[in-house]
Design a protein around this ligand. Structure first.
Ligand code: PMP
Length: 484
């Protein structure tokens, strides 16, 4: 059988609890099941392909004179007089002891015994010391293993991975590495409000690609690209959130993902796949592979070189947001540009939180990690259901919503009088706030600041009574506004 036309990744539609394990298994199978058991080498886009994608800033950035030599310290027999590393024996910390929850058992039951973890000796010295620009080597290794397990992407097949101080850190550096001031960029819309200021500060023209309950609209994307004026340079980057799009909660279908990849090849752009809600997926449908997995193994990409996807993962929603750890995976020249920025901006992500994450992840293993993420997604599915039940009780007929499939948010439209559907901004900022409920008006998620009747409500932290009360306050607000 021809591995490239293997459709196992797409035909099996496992749901809920098993989905990530099943996906991981299928991704592995896709890569492993090559004709007659022989190995097929991956054809990647050549390094010089990316020259036309890197911004002037990225091309002009000098390497850090010290950081670029640091790897040489590992040369056997070398005595390094290189770096200004403080002597860790002068640091006051002698050991870090902490406890963490054991991952849930295979059947999803909470494991009541905490596990005791300790960082001391050489690990402590590394945790307190300066470290590699793109992240601590054993943590980078662990994340490589995760990308192989979950996305079927093997190390050494023409891509690399860097850790950053949250995915936001890496996203902002990637945007600076890819876009020149004034460039156009394709942006899924509505979009994560945290990237709009990044595009804005570069004075980029944000071309909004519509999104609906099936994720990014390929009709919209195709139309934009096919009607692009001949004299204007085409956009080279698409920013998209494939799972549980913030703010909409929608997840892109497989057909949409395939078409986006095809359009990327046809119109020569790169895909920034920002996927912090990947592990939170709680939708009932099939779990779709990432763009990062698909460009390597989806039948629709067979015969095309790999290397159009720059993927962003985050541990913020699954291990801790305050640890500030995210990682980017993709073509080496792009990761080098990000690392070069890090080397002169914040030097590296914090060693200590990397050491803590590593301890935990090594203790859990990939299986434990995936079981934990299943527990987290089940938690948010239950929270989503509580919120949706409150919407049904109190806001039926007053708002419209689509059920989110991942993420922490409901995105709903206030049904207000007015020809253009109305504007939620003033109502949410003033009337709703005065009645004691705080939410975000949809306009902040629209790259070009259009008015909209949509609102984003986060349900991640509230107890059921608070949800009920918040939704009642919204109902009272809307009824008052409608009566005015
Ligand atoms: N991208 C999206 C879509 C997000 O929602 C967030 C967090 N709200 C981020 C990136 C940033 O996450 P991190 O904590 O990893 O920086």
């Amino acid at each position: 059988s021809d591995w490239a036309s293997d459709s196992r990744l797409h035909t099996s539609s496992s749901t809920d609890g098993e989905d990530l394990h099943a996906l991981a298994y299928r991704s592995k199978m896709m890569v492993a099941s090559k004709p007659n058991g022989t190995s097929t080498s991956v054809q990647s886009l050549p390094e010089n392909f990316y020259t036309s994608f890197l911004s002037d800033v990225a091309k002009a950035r000098l390497p850090s004179p010290i950081r670029s030599l640091l790897p040489l310290e590992a040369t056997p027999g070398i005595i390094s007089l290189l770096a200004g590393k403080p002597n860790p024996t002068t640091f006051p910390f002698t050991s870090f002891d902490f406890t963490a929850r054991a991952p849930p058992s295979e059947d999803g039951r909470t494991n009541s015994d905490d596990i005791a973890l300790n960082i001391s000796g050489g690990e402590l010295a590394a945790a307190l010391q300066y470290g590699a620009t793109g992240g601590m080597a054993p943590l980078v290794d662990w994340f490589h293993g995760l990308q192989s397990t979950v996305h079927g992407r093997e190390r050494g097949e023409g891509w690399t991975l860097s850790v950053g101080s949250g995915s936001q850190d890496l996203l902002s550096k990637a945007i600076i590495a890819l876009l020149n001031p004034g460039d156009t960029v394709l942006v899924q819309s509505p979009v994560y409000a945290g990237v709009i200021p990044l595009f804005h500060s570069l004075r980029c023209e944000q071309i909004e690609v519509d999104a609906d309950a099936e994720g990014i609209s390929t009709v919209s994307l195709r139309e934009i690209l096919e009607s692009w004026p001949a004299e204007k340079p085409k956009p080279r980057v698409l920013y998209t959130i494939p799972y549980g799009g913030n703010p909409t909660g929608a997840t892109a279908t497989l057909a949409r993902r395939r078409e986006v990849l095809q359009l990327a090849r046809e119109h020569n752009f790169l895909i920034m796949e920002d996927d912090p809600y990947f592990y939170l997926f709680y939708g009932a449908g099939p779990r779709e592979p990432s763009y990062f997995a698909m460009e390597r193994a989806d039948p629709s990409c067979a015969g095309h070189p790999v290397g159009r996807v720059l993927r962003f993962d985050s541990i913020s929603k699954i291990l801790s947001a305050g640890m500030r750890i995210g990682f980017a995976s993709g073509p080496a020249p792009l990761l080098r540009a990000i690392d070069a920025h890090t080397a002169t901006a914040n030097l590296q992500p914090a060693s200590l939180t990397q050491a803590i994450a590593l301890k935990l992840l090594e203790a859990w293993g990939y299986d434990g990690f995936l079981r934990h993420t299943r527990g987290v997604s089940a938690f948010y599915r239950a929270s989503r259901d509580v919120f949706e039940a409150a919407l049904q009780r109190h806001l039926t007929g007053l708002v419209e919503w689509a059920t989110p499939q991942s993420g922490l948010f409901f995105w709903f439209k206030l049904l207000l009088p007015g020809a253009d559907g109305g504007d939620s901004a003033a109502i949410i900022r003033t009337e709703a706030f005065e009645r004691g409920v705080l939410a975000l008006p949809g306009t902040v998620f629209l790259p070009n600041g259009r008015t909209t009747a949509y609102v984003r409500a986060s349900f991640s932290l509230l107890a059921p009574e608070e949800v009920d009360e918040a939704v009642k306050r919204l109902r009272d607000t809307i009824l008052d506004v409608r009566a005015q």
